[in-house]
Write a protein that binds this ligand. Sequence first.
Ligand SMILES: [Zn+2]
Length: 215
Amino acid sequence: MLMEKERELIVEYGRKLINSGLTKGTGGNLSIYNRQKQLIAISPSGIDYFQTKPKDIVILDIKGKRVHGDRKPSSEFEMHRIFYERRDDIYAMIHTHTIYSTTIACLNWTLPPVHYMIASAGLDVKCAKYATFGTNELAENAFEAMIDRKAVLLANHGILTGGKDLREAFNITEEVEYCAELYYRTKCIGQPVILSEEEITLMMDKFKTYGQGDM
Ligand SMILES: [Zn+2]
């Protein structure tokens, strides 16, 4: 089956999103880009993550044309596609409606560096201008607000993250959600102390060599 490994990973991480409380029901979508084949594997529209099988994953070319699969692709495929077309550091993306990140997105605020873990996404996480879901306008707004970053809030909607693989996109989703929750909680009882740009830049450098690195 075309893109078998990518299909299996999308099924696996879709379930992880539910099990980690990062999404509910059929909310959100995930994709992987195979740059050699220039093909995108993306979750289908409106199918429960625990019902989704590898054969339900839709394969699109880089222009967004369906090349394999009977299912309709996620309605947000354009928001994934333009990143693969224009950014060579992104190979996988996850979009969800997590509660705290979406809370900040409903305020149309930038999420500032309230905790150093935000460095997994960049200096901060900006909020893209509102546009209707599934539109090219939303994709363009998200792209613009995510420049030099690996995450973006979508005004009155949710969050989008990207990374070198699905594991990284998933980790960034978790970390940004954690930072958004801390920001919300600190705002409830006082004024959070925001870290400096210099400190976050240092953290971004440290993260490049932290842990096991790339084997
Ligand atoms: Zn959405």
